[in-house]
Each structure stands twice: as structure tokens, then as C-alpha cells.
Design a protein around this ligand. Structure first.
Ligand code: FES
Length: 85
């Protein structure tokens, strides 16, 4: 199992899952949920190595270092801390 932490809350998800649903549950704002709008950009100060590499939509978004699209990223295992970008 893996854990995603945001603003003092944490949610457990299965290894290899997208973090979209648990982030939505914790109050991360979403728009398109398809990697196009950038509404869900978050910064990952801790545990970024536990996320799968950026997918094509994240690469196309031209994110800053340490940023991810919460609607696109997949947690491999372990714990990941995210904050609003
Ligand atoms: S919700 Fe639009 S890019 Fe993630």
C-alpha cells in the first residue's frame, strides 16, 4: 500500500494507483482531469521518487522542477507528500 499526504491529511491507496481520487478526497482542486488545464498542479516536497515518471501530458505541461499533475501521476509505493503549487 502507498500513502498520499496533503495539508495534514493522508489517504492510503494501492501501489500503482493514480493519485487523482485520493487527492480529490483531500481537497486538491481539479478541472479537466485529463492533463490539459493545469488546475491540479501540485508540488511534491517529499517522496517524489515514489511516483512514476511524468507521463506525456505532464511533459507537455512544461511543469517546474518538483511539480506534478495530480490528475495524471501514479504512486508506485511508499509515501508521497504534496502541497498546492
Ligand atoms: S485537472 Fe486539468 S490538468 Fe489535471
Amino acid at each position: 500500500m502507498a500513502t498520499v499526504c496533503f495539508e495534514g491529511r493522508s489517504v492510503t491507496v494501492a501501489d500503482g494507483e493514480k493519485i487523482l481520487a485520493c487527492c480529490e478526497e483531500m481537497g486538491v482542486p481539479f478541472g479537466c482531469q485529463d492533463g490539459l488545464c493545469g488546475t491540479c498542479i501540485v508540488t511534491v516536497p517529499k517522496g517524489s521518487d515514489n511516483l512514476a515518471p511524468r507521463n506525456d501530458k505532464e511533459v507537455d505541461m512544461d511543469l517546474d522542477e518538483g511539480q506534478r499533475l495530480a490528475c495524471q501521476c501514479v504512486i508506485v509505493s511508499g509515501e508521497v507528500h504534496i502541497v498546492a503549487a
